[in-house]
Design a protein around this ligand. Structure first.
Ligand SMILES: Cc1cc2nc3c(=O)[nH]c(=O)nc-3n(C[C@H](O)[C@H](O)[C@H](O)COP(=O)(O)OP(=O)(O)OC[C@H]3O[C@@H](n4cnc5c(N)ncnc54)[C@H](O)[C@@H]3O)c2cc1C
Length: 387
């Protein structure tokens, strides 16, 4: 992004990124924090929030200028990190930034009609988009998805079902993975399916433990006709496209997990300084001080590793195992921290409306979405000399 953005400097706090963090804090204070409880109850974000984020340039970070973006991936990670540190729920980020998983394949394809009709409007906050891969019978096992696309003249006809689709209830278009031939992971392609296409319906808004301000949908495709030019990339290239963009999604989740841990350490420090029991603040109790040290240590170590991997990705290294290790390291640290943050808050930590209670529920999805903890370990195992 800048001359100071070179190895050996603190790339997460260059003057420009410090200014970006200020922008994010102001955005959080004005546009998000006053409304969070309502959105958590309503189960979705207002469309105006996307436009407000776009006006500040927060949606286009990490996208090429030709797509209406600017900056690089680290800028986008800085935005999510700072938002979480400012108290923005990760569910808000999941839904506000769903374009970060829905658009990469379209941008890589690069054809002007995809840029004009979908990418630029999404980065301008005018369209909401989703990525539809997971199905009722195919989650971790992406290669076994069953939604089928059959060519018919100038169109493809799609039939199938998707589930757990972030922003899927509000989405104006969904990047849908469908089977175009029978050969396992090689037979998958991506299509842009527009809201309102006959046969395409969001059948259910799912009720969730956490990420409550993010709408999550079940989608049904019944003889949905998609023009041939909305096939993204090439026929049967979908699996490769999905695997390629996993690195970005996983490092993004890792950064958010570390930031959530940091936020919970900070909230807990504040709490133990203020809360009195047995004649003094909780912070005087050595057992609790050690607990906080442990929370802090795990957060710092995970953050250092995750940031290092993110920087190497930014520099173009094709990391796979390291990204999986970053995700598991970050989620492990966060899980420890959020659990202990609730414990340190006592009964208050168990109450709705207490911030650490929300983080405790939101944290649970991080070792499920974007590839589970176990699947990350499977990825890492491929790089070990086990045979
Ligand atoms: C809130 C939320 C939002 C989501 N958003 C999206 C989205 O926008 N788009 C989208 O396409 N998907 C989305 N997902 C789906 C998510 O990617 C899947 O839930 C995830 O990949 C796991 O798939 P599954 O739920 O089918 O679990 P399964 O694959 O059925 O796994 C169940 C359990 O078995 C374990 N397991 C599976 N296979 C193995 C193995 N080989 N070895 C060891 N253990 C294994 C898993 O780790 C897990 O613990 C979302 C999910 C959630 C909860």
């Amino acid at each position: 992004m800048t001359a100071t953005d070179t190895p050996g400097t603190d790339r997460w706090n260059t003057p420009e990124r410090a200014a970006l963090r200020e922008t994010v804090r102001a955005f959080a204070a004005k546009e998000v924090l006053p409304h969070v409880e309502r959105w958590e109850d309503e189960g979705e974000l207002p469309r105006d929030l996307h436009r407000a984020a776009a006006r500040l340039g927060l949606l286009g970070l990490g996208y090429p200028e030709s797509a209406g973006g600017e900056g690089e991936m680290l800028d986008q990670l800085v935005v999510s990190e700072e938002a979480v540190l400012a108290g923005v729920p990760t569910g808000v980020l999941a839904s506000l930034f769903t374009h970060t998983i829905a658009l990469p394949a379209l941008v890589a394809d690069g054809r002007e009609h995809l840029m004009r009709d979908y990418v630029r409007p999404a980065l301008a906050g005018e369209l909401v988009c989703s990525l539809g891969i997971t199905e009722p019978d195919a989650g971790s096992d992406v290669a076994h998805l069953r939604t089928r696309a059959v060519r018919d003249g100038d169109e493809w006809v799609l039939n199938g079902a998707k589930t757990f689709i972030t922003s899927g209830y509000r989405a104006d278009f969904v990047t849908v993975a469908a089977r175009t031939s029978d050969t396992g992971h090689e037979g998958i392609s991506l299509f842009v399916v527009e809201r309102g296409s006959p046969g395409f319906t969001a059948t259910r808004k799912l009720d969730k433990m956490g990420w409550r301000s993010s709408d999550t949908a079940e989608l049904s495709l019944a003889d949905v006709r998609v023009p041939a030019d909305r096939l993204v990339g090439g026929v049967d290239q979908g699996f490769l496209q999905i695997m390629h963009q996993f690195a970005g999604e996983r490092i993004g989740l890792s950064v958010q997990a570390c930031a959530m841990a940091r936020r919970c350490v900070d909230l807990s420090l504040e709490w133990v300084r203020e809360r009195e029991a047995f004649g003094g603040p909780l912070s005087r109790r050595q057992v609790l001080r050690h607990r906080l040290v442990e929370m802090h240590r795990r957060t710092e170590v995970a953050t250092a590793y995750v940031r290092g991997v993110a920087e190497r990705l930014q520099d173009g290294e094709p990391l796979i195992a390291e990204v999986a290790m970053a995700k598991n390291t970050a989620t492990e640290a966060m899980d420890y921290v959020v659990d202990n943050a609730v414990q340190l808050h006592g009964g208050t930590g168990f109450m709705r409306g207490t911030e650490v209670e929300r983080h405790y529920r939101d944290a649970r999805v991080f070792s499920i979405g974007g590839g589970t903890y176990e699947i990350m370990n499977e990825v890492i195992a491929k790089f070990l000399p086990l045979r």
